[in-house]
Design a protein around this ligand. Structure first.
Ligand code: TXE
Length: 456
């Protein structure tokens, strides 16, 4: 049985029967059998089903937000924000699908035509994460279904109730049961799923698991897409108002209790602004309300996974041992039952410390002083990851020059922790391969077929 734990209080809120090797195989076979009919269903009917799914999200928003908060510990307002944000993503895919999936004639001359069609991959595996289960899940299953694929969806074991709700809503919206199957369980069920000859593997999670999955599926040459972690840096120049930048970045570092793919994980501040920025940043962080995620005014909730408390404790201890100073937080919170960590700000940090190099995925930030743009660029690139990076400056040309040198999938000028459905979401180095979102995030679920057509 899979136990679903409330991370805020520590109690078991549900026990679910897990999939077995046999049931995974049965779901794979059923998906394989059902996929051709789904692909042959007119796009208009598939679009109508996804529109009904969207309407279902709207109808059940409060209940779904409460479920998400109960199993992930996301503060309730942020759960609602995620569901409302999902609507915009679905709208984008619905608006763009027809154009993105349409056949394209790329040549026509003397009776010879060349056409490209977008064929569905077939049956795809979607192994997903818990930190934004609606976002990271829908980035895959919505365009995959629109493109005519069957989806074997393995939600994270930390967001399984949400995953099952997604399945129910899709089925109630007209997506056939076998075209979208939810697999219940943790890593073991993920391993079982990857034994099946699926036509694409789409994963969101940690680098370690992503690398393991890449090795497992490599011999089959299956299409593989990995959305992994980050150690996202931001550079604050001394020409901006430090308090305004601090307010924006404190939110970027701590929203969702620091457990966002694109959370700000390290900050570099030009020396002249350093003290003012740090003072304003600490004030912001100390103003964040930490508490019961079901309360409307809570901004920081528990960590979703109990193990992460230890990771953060080790990062703080390592930093302090090497000379860092804790300005606020720095310790686990002794609240009954759950797993909590105090919002933490560290200074006197450097790249010998794990807190500046390894993903923290929690409400913790290191702020380092830098002399100039060149030093900032060097430090921002001194990482195995490359998901996002940002610069705060009044000078757009300066920002563009810095950001052009930073190796990251997304770059931000005077903003952070932002994802747009219109732009591709991708990472470089250990942050992943492939992309979701944008129109390319629709065709990612197809394979182009080349038609050479000569009239007789
Ligand atoms: O990830 P895992 P977890 C990072 C973040 C976090 C850490 C661990 O640092 O603290 O990863 O989170 C399934 N074969 N990110 O434990 O282990 C698993 O059941 C097949 C960043 O959630 O990577 C789950 O569904 N599947 C990230 C999914 O993989 C396997 C978001 C992810 O699990 C498997 C989440 C296996 N061998 C975590 N082992 C981001 N991009 O922001 C596990 N799974």
């Amino acid at each position: 049985m899979l136990k679903i734990i409330n991370p805020a209080q520590g109690g078991t809120i549900a026990e679910l029967a897990e999939d077995s090797a046999d049931s995974v195989l049965a779901k794979y076979k059923a998906a394989r059998a059902a996929q051709p009919a789904w692909a042959a269903t007119p796009l208009a009917a598939r679009l109508a089903a996804i529109r009904r799914f969207r309407a279902g999200i709207v109808d059940h928003l409060e209940r779904l937000a409460a479920i998400l908060t109960s199993e992930v510990g996301k503060p309730i307002r942020q759960s609602r924000n995620e569901l409302n944000g999902l609507l915009g993503r679905v709208d984008f895919f619905v608006d763009q699908a027809e154009g993105a999936l349409a056949p394209r004639e790329v040549f026509s001359d003397s009776g010879m035509r060349e056409v490209i069609t977008n064929e569905p991959l077939g049956v795809i595996a979607n192994i997903s994460a818990w930190n934004y289960p609606y976002f990271v899940g829908s980035n895959v299953f919505v365009p995959a279904l629109l493109a005519g694929n069957a989806v074997l969806y393995k939600p994270s074991e930390y967001a399984m109730l949400t995953g099952l709700e997604i399945g129910k809503l899709l089925h109630a919206s007209g997506v056939p049961q076998d075209v979208f199957s939810v697999l219940v369980g943790g890593g073991r069920v993920g391993i079982e799923l990857l034994k099946e000859p699926v036509d694409g593997v789409f994963f969101t999670g940690s680098y370690a698991t992503g690398a393991r999955i890449a090795q497992a599926v490599a011999p089959r040459l299956t299409k593989l897409q990995l959305e992994l972690g980050g150690k996202d840096p931001t550079y604050v120049c001394d020409d901006v108002d430090p308090a305004t930048a601090a307010a924006s970045l404190a939110d970027g570092a701590m929203y969702n209790t620091g457990q966002s793919c694109c959370s700000v994980e390290r900050i570099y501040v030009q020396a002249a602004s350093f003290d003012a920025f740090v003072a304003a940043f600490v004030k912001e962080v100390q103003g964040f309300k930490v508490g019961d995620p079901t309360h409307e005014d809570s901004y920081i909730g528990p960590l979703t996974r109990a193990q992460q408390v230890k990771v953060l404790q080790i990062q703080v201890a390592d930093a302090v041992a090497k000379g860092a100073r804790v300005l606020t937080g720095g310790h686990a919170l002794d609240l009954p039952g759950g797993h909590w960590f105090a919002p933490t700000v560290l200074v006197n940090v450097n790249h010998d410390m794990t807190v500046m190099r390894e993903e923290s995925f929690g409400p913790i930030i290191g702020i380092q002083s830098v002399a100039d743009d060149a030093e900032a660029v060097r430090l921002m690139n001194d990482t195995d990851y490359g998901l996002t990076a940002g610069v705060y400056t009044r000078d757009e040309a300066r920002a563009r020059q810095v950001l052009a040198q930073v190796h990251a999938g997304s770059v931000y000028w005077n903003c952070c922790d932002r994802v747009s459905p219109r732009l591709p979401w991708s990472g470089v180095k250990h942050s992943g391969v492939g992309l979701t979102l944008s129109t390319e995030g629709i065709t990612a679920f197809t394979r182009p077929k080349a038609w050479h057509l000569r009239s007789a």
